[in-house]
Ligand binder design. Structure first.
Ligand SMILES: Cc1cc2nc3c(=O)[nH]c(=O)nc-3n(C[C@H](O)[C@H](O)[C@H](O)COP(=O)(O)O)c2cc1C
Length: 362
């Protein structure tokens, strides 16, 4: 059942900036900020977007949201669409293959006051591609174009697309599809510079992104392999893109917003101390627990926490011990044991692996 309170208004809306944003403003913001944040399924949920918002990101986006689930599904999908304050511009990524549901989903997103809607054309997960969604849309340019065109006609917020180079390395069609989407009126495109083989080891092909940048007038945002400020600067140099989008580099690392911004503006960047990492990790857990409940939040921390301390020397034992935790108090004890040894965290393995009590027993 639709919630009439949340979904009852489809006319006037106010975006995160407090006003409806037109396409030109949106494009100018991309060119000015040069940084958009990625959709990351299971990571850029509402709790993490709250954390990220504290880092003053120019753009932030949800994880991919299924248009079908949004329309036909229950409260769980609806809850994924909570908006955070603090981002200058907040979008939702929609995934789906059916023009009607994609349009309906985009209307809901607009009615909730989001600033833009992004269409997923890059996801390679079987569950998604079997339905003709995600990267499958790249293999069917007509359908991809008709979905995007229908959405653009239905909403007045900017519509963007995120895609790869093509379904596979033998079927690279990013340039022709990009041209068509620009003609339809998309506000910007994000290009992940790999094809759809599901191999992280594939190199990012800067030249393909560059070809799209040179052929199009709208801002193109380059994605793939950006983990540091230096990577971001190189990506812009190699492709001429209007901006970059990190991907995995955002996981456990909201500081990447500051790092990339510093690299672009020539300001020196100081990585977070272990104390700062602990504080932010704890905040993240608090937000997770508020959203998913104590148990749900602590369990989600199992895969997230090690990412916050990826430089620490005893990461392996940290990864093991985190799987013993199921309540926030136990996770806190574990975080407490990560020692500050100067430059990076060193996890105090003596308290656990070398015969001491495991965190769950303390
Ligand atoms: C855990 C995970 C979840 C992702 N979820 C999405 C998603 O929901 N939508 C999307 O378009 N891309 C998604 N991606 C792809 C990233 O947004 C990005 O395009 C990709 O990681 C390439 O950038 P990287 O090499 O810097 O990681 C996901 C990637 C990862 C690792």
């Amino acid at each position: 059942m639709d919630d009439p309170v949340i979904f009852g208004h489809h006319s006037e809306y106010e975006g995160s900036r407090g006003q409806a944003m037109n396409v030109e403003e949106f494009q100018a913001d991309i060119r000015e900020a040069r940084l958009m944040l990625p959709p990351l399924a299971d990571y850029t949920d509402y709790p993490y977007r709250r954390v990220i918002a504290g880092f003053d990101p120019p753009f932030v986006v949800t994880e991919m949201i299924s248009a079908d689930a949004l329309i036909h599904g229950g409260a769980r999908t609806r809850r994924m669409l909570e908006r955070v304050s603090g981002a200058r511009c907040e979008g939702v990524q929609l995934v789906g293959a059916n023009p009607e549901t994609m349009v309906e989903g985009a209307r809901i997103i607009e009615s909730l006051g989001f600033d833009y809607v992004d269409v997923n054309m890059g996801c390679t997960i079987n569950k998604v591609t079997r339905q003709g969604a995600g990267i499958s849309l790249m293999g069917d340019e007509d359908r991809a174009s008709s979905i995007v065109s229908a959405i653009i006609n239905a909403v007045s917020i900017p519509v963007t697309c995120k895609m790869r180079l093509g379904v596979s390395k033998d079927k690279v069609n990013v340039l022709s599809l990009s041209r068509r989407l620009e003609e339809m009126g998309v506000a910007s495109l994000t290009i992940h510079g790999r094809s759809g083989e599901k191999k992280w080891g594939l190199p990012v092909v800067y030249d393909e992104i560059k070809g799209v940048v040179e052929a199009l007038g709208i801002p193109v945002v380059a994605n793939g392999g950006v983990f540091t400020g230096e990577d971001a600067t190189r990506m812009i140099e190699m492709t001429g893109a209007a901006g970059v989008m990190p991907g995995r580099g955002l996981i456990g690392n909201p500081w990447i917003v500051k790092e990339i911004t510093a690299a672009f503006t020539g300001i020196e960047y100081y990585p977070p101390t272990v104390v700062e990492r602990k504080a932010t990790c704890l905040l993240h857990m608090r937000y997770l627990c508020e959203y998913y409940g104590d148990h749900g939040g602590a369990v989600r921390m199992r895969r997230i926490l090690p990412e916050y301390f990826s430089g620490c020397v005893n990461l392996r034992s940290l990864r093991q011990d985190i799987h013993e935790t199921s309540m926030p108090g136990e996770v806190e004890i574990l975080i407490d044991r990560i020692l500050d040894d100067g430059d990076h965290g060193s996890y105090d393995w003596r308290a656990t692996s070398a015969g001491g009590p495991s965190p769950t027993q303390v």
